[in-house]
Design a protein around this ligand. Structure first.
Ligand code: GTP
Ligand code: MG
Ligand code: ZN
Length: 177
């Protein structure tokens, strides 16, 4: 329930969410199958997220190795070490690509000043900023900061998303050497 709540900001941005439980039967897998039909899909996520488990559910005979997540670290163990293309159907129209889990998702090709324009929930408020080169971190008259403080559900930005903006900005703005 908590994870579903965290994802509300993404649902509001128009991303479709399918909750899946791969242990025990689930109807949601049928919805996913319908969604993937006729497409090539790359399965992405941190180690231990269940990418190979999902692959084995969708591709009978895939025999992709899966492993318990580390009790000590509560993270995956990088069980999958190479990227593999599987055909889901005999007609070879639907494909699934299982991939090794990532530890870090690099956005280093992005300029910190362009970040706000790339976040769909933050972008609409940028035009309300007083300064054209606003970083949305501390400036007076910032439309983004106003939207974070706003209570209205329509014209607002969630605290969690704004924190992600600030963390990414700091990371992208840090000296590279
Ligand atoms: N309870 C539960 N456990 C799951 C689910 N999906 C996967 N698991 C378990 O999570 C563990 C890790 O799953 P994997 O499929 O190996 O994860 P992965 O994303 O392929 O990991 P890497 O190959 O290391 O990137 C296994 O013990 C799975 O049985 C799920 O929906 N529910
Ligand atoms: Mg795997
Ligand atoms: Zn601003």
């Amino acid at each position: 329930e908590r994870a579903w709540g965290w994802l509300a900001a993404y649902r509001d941005m128009g991303y479709r969410m399918l909750p899946l439980s791969l242990k025990g039967s689930s109807d949601s897998l049928d919805m996913l199958k319908a969604e993937l039909a006729g497409k090539t899909t790359l399965v992405l996520g941190p180690s231990g997220a269940g990418k190979s488990t999902l692959t084995n559910h969708l591709v009978p005979g895939a025999l992709a190795a899966t492993r318990e997540i580390s009790q000590a670290l509560n993270t995956g163990k990088h069980t999958t070490t190479s990227t593999t293309w599987y055909w889901v159907d005999k007609e070879a129209k639907t494909a699934l690509i299982d991939s090794p889990g990532f530890q870090e998702f690099g956005l280093h090709h992005i300029d910190a000043r362009h970040l706000s324009g790339l976040m769909p929930d933050i972008k609409p408020f940028v035009e309300r900023c007083k300064f054209y080169n606003c970083t949305h971190l501390h400036e007076p008259g910032c439309g983004v900061i106003a939207a974070v403080k706003s209570d209205s559900s329509a014209g607002s930005i969630s605290d969690r998303r704004y924190k992600i903006y600030r963390d990414l900005f700091a990371e992208l703005d840090a000296p590279k050497f």
